[in-house]
Design a protein around this ligand. Structure first.
Ligand code: AHG
Ligand code: MN
Ligand code: MN
Length: 335
């Protein structure tokens, strides 16, 4: 008899050789994140028909205009996790300060940092969107964690991944035992295993970057991007541009087919645009677990010292050979 695809919770229970006590915890934590994904996907599926497109008129802590769907996605996380027996704190791109849930502590030891809606410039034109999550564990047993306990190095994550709202809704995660992708079967509301043990190609043929910023980049970055356009049979160049405006969608394409995504540092903004704790770190762990690399251009993303919640970092992420090439140009070791 044909094997029914594995649901998220069965896969975690059966395959995740995480320490015995935590398999159940990860299963419910990821199921709760999956629930957030289902609720956000539902809102997106008919966004054009109800008044949830456009902006709220607010400016968030990032200095960016808040889309109605940013706020709705953020609220969804708060509603799902506020009563969670697993989570004692939430930090979001859309909230200046974390939401602390002392009523859930000390039973709840996990803390979730997230970008509730990634690629917000895509909301009103029906283009792909994502949600990114990073999970760390409270290291304090003696008292409820405070905001600064959420500011951790990427290597301290215990789970990370993303939801991609594309032609289908996917959940991709790692708990340090490889990277696995699940596709939502809307008719039964279950995430079913569709991409087990994802491995990124060692080199790709696409690159994702906002070329409109070319004039803002240091010379090494400009030379790297120029090199992708020159015929070179050894590396399969010229590469094609694939840039959607949604980091999750661009990185997912690269995770499956290989290539490189860059949001580099700029001459007057060396830290770049993307946020370390809830964009770069989770995606860096996922891509590394698939055999890829994630760099600031000069150092490994997961080793970056985290100093504050909304800290920005340059992000060069994707196939190992492509990221290595970019680092050599950016560090001036190649012209
Ligand atoms: P967010 O919508 O969460 O702010 O993220 C947007 C990010 C990323 O998803 C995307 O790749 C990048 O910003 C696009 O930036 P530009 O519009 O500057 O290219
Ligand atoms: Mn984002
Ligand atoms: Mn966002």
């Amino acid at each position: 008899m044909g094997q029914f695809p594995l649901t998220l919770s069965r896969f975690i229970g059966q395959n995740q050789a995480v320490s015995p006590g935590t398999a159940g915890e990860f299963s419910s934590l990821l199921s709760q994140i999956g629930l957030v994904g289902k609720l956000i996907a539902q809102d997106l599926r008919h966004a054009g028909l109800i008044d949830i497109l456009g902006t709220t008129g607010e400016i968030n802590v990032q200095g960016e205009t808040v889309k109605k769907l940013d706020e709705i996605a953020n609220e969804t996380f708060l509603k799902v996790f506020h009563q969670s027996e697993l989570v004692c704190a939430l930090a979001s791109e859309e909230m200046e300060k974390p939401a602390l849930f002392p009523e859930n502590w000390p039973q709840a030891q996990y803390m979730v940092l997230f970008d509730p809606l990634d690629g917000s410039s895509n909301t009103d034109c029906n283009m792909p969107l994502g949600t990114i999550f990073s999970v760390v564990k409270s290291e304090r047993k003696d008292r409820m964690p405070t905001a600064d306990n959420l500011v951790r190095k990427g290597t301290e994550q215990v789970a990370a991944g993303y939801l991609l709202y594309g032609s289908s809704t996917m959940l991709v995660y790692t708990v340090g035992q490889g990277v696995h992708g699940f596709t939502l079967e809307p008719s039964i509301g279950e995430y079913l295993l569709s991409h087990e043990q994802i491995q990124i190609p060692v080199r790709g043929k696409v690159y994702g970057v906002n070329e409109g910023n070319y004039h803002k980049w240091p010379g090494g970055t400009q030379q790297y991007i120029d090199s992708l356009k020159v015929k070179d049979t050894a590396t399969g160049r010229p590469y094609s541009v694939r840039y959607s405006g949604c980091l999750v969608a661009d990185v997912h394409r690269i995770l499956i087919g290989g290539g490189i995504y860059l949001y580099p540092g700029e001459l007057d903004k060396p830290e770049g645009k993307l946020r370390l704790l809830y964009e770069a770190n989770p995606l860096a762990w996922v891509v590394e677990q698939a055999g890829g690399k994630a760099s600031t251009g000069t150092s490994r993303i997961l080793d970056v010292e985290a100093k504050q919640l909304h800290q920005r970092v340059p992000l060069i992420i994707g196939s190992p050979d492509d990221v290595q090439d970019a680092e050599e140009f950016i560090q001036g070791r190649r012209m």
